[in-house]
Design a protein around this ligand. Sequence first.
Ligand SMILES: Cc1cc2nc3c(=O)[nH]c(=O)nc-3n(C[C@H](O)[C@H](O)[C@H](O)COP(=O)(O)OP(=O)(O)OC[C@H]3O[C@@H](n4cnc5c(N)ncnc54)[C@H](O)[C@@H]3O)c2cc1C
Length: 406
Amino acid sequence: MAANQYDVIVVGARCAGSPTAMLLARQGYRVLLVDRATFPSDTISTHVIQPTGIAALDRWGLLGQLLSTQCPPVDTYAFDFGPFTIAGSPGTDDSPVAYAPRRTVLDTLLVGAAAAAGAEVREGFTVEKVLTEGGRVTGIRGHGKGGQVVSEHARVVIGADGLHSAVAAAVRPQHYHDKPPLLCGYYAYWSGLPMDGRFETYIRPHRGWGVCPTHDGLTVVVAGWPYAEFAANKTDIEGNYLKTFDLAPEFAERIRAARRESRIVGTTVPNYFRQPYGPGWALAGDAGYNKDPITAQGISDAFRDAELCAIALDQALSGACSFGEAMGRYQTARDEHVLPMYEFTTQLATLQPPPEELRHLLTAIHGNQDAMDGFARTNAGVTSPADFFSEENTGRIFAASHAAAS
Ligand SMILES: Cc1cc2nc3c(=O)[nH]c(=O)nc-3n(C[C@H](O)[C@H](O)[C@H](O)COP(=O)(O)OP(=O)(O)OC[C@H]3O[C@@H](n4cnc5c(N)ncnc54)[C@H](O)[C@@H]3O)c2cc1C
């Protein structure tokens, strides 16, 4: 058996991989972090970090670095349903705002934090093969840019390598709660579209779009339509993207006065859970769990995975408990936390008009600031949809609405 040069090898150095590597390196583990990208590097994402994700950056001592990049804070989420808008605060007293930093900025900061913690970072390194011995993952084989093929060994290899994870492809984990792609989202950056701390979402039958401020005075505008229209609309993405905004004339006027500063990019993604561990391996971030980006949860979820996975691995590697026990707790905590949001997200991503019962609830929420804050926090993933849509809470909202009307 090859000697373990590392305790942990992490494949993928963005939202899931770098924090996992950083947290383990801070615990004193020997960590190798590799990514085929070289940073700063962009990736497809509209990059809203929810207040829960911002709280993680704060816990890790990285929020100050982000704030020094002059990323504008977002203190209000506004959901325009046509007849009315529900606007509320997405955060809590401890973490009141969201930010939408460019991935070129965020991911570079995260890779730097992993290196500063003592992880060995290899950028521009592509993993070609996951090495196994007797059914157990033991390392990776890959190469740097133009470099020789090398093999590296570790006690655990973590796939934080995204949707098309090479680690997941090698270990073929069990999938569950799978749902097909539901929506296609396309986005571009605009100047001259001031947002004043607001993240606006527009909901129309079979269409939706989101508008959020980011670095450099730019605003990211993402528009989506059902996956069923993917093929038909692909021939004129720009035309369909721009036409979508006509469904809200006031917004259409604002964006017509703005200037598009980038090309339009987009994609569609499948929805799934994957078993996130097995002999010698673990998965974190999109590699282990993915859902439509309509609720902008991926980065904050990846941060949570990083913490849960690093805690579990520390317990396993230090011998405090068995690998299976520790990683089983990681899987349970992840799934219990994200499942209600997964169902909420995949329902929203159908872009079906809200059913009658929900329409009544939305009408009752509108104008009740506590309820509007609760709705904003639910969409932010700060409050669980299971709690917000519980009989008890919706009963309170309807009662307040009746009281106000009488
Ligand atoms: C259109 C769109 C909009 C989105 N908007 C938001 C949003 O507003 N807010 C939000 O929170 N989330 C959003 N998301 C989701 C979010 O971008 C992801 O959840 C997040 O990037 C996941 O991070 P990750 O680290 O798990 O994976 P990734 O960001 O995919 O990183 C994986 C890394 O692994 C590396 N890698 C892969 N294979 C190899 C290999 N063989 N060898 C070496 N390196 C490898 C890649 O180079 C990459 O750097 C959006 C997604 C999409 C598609």
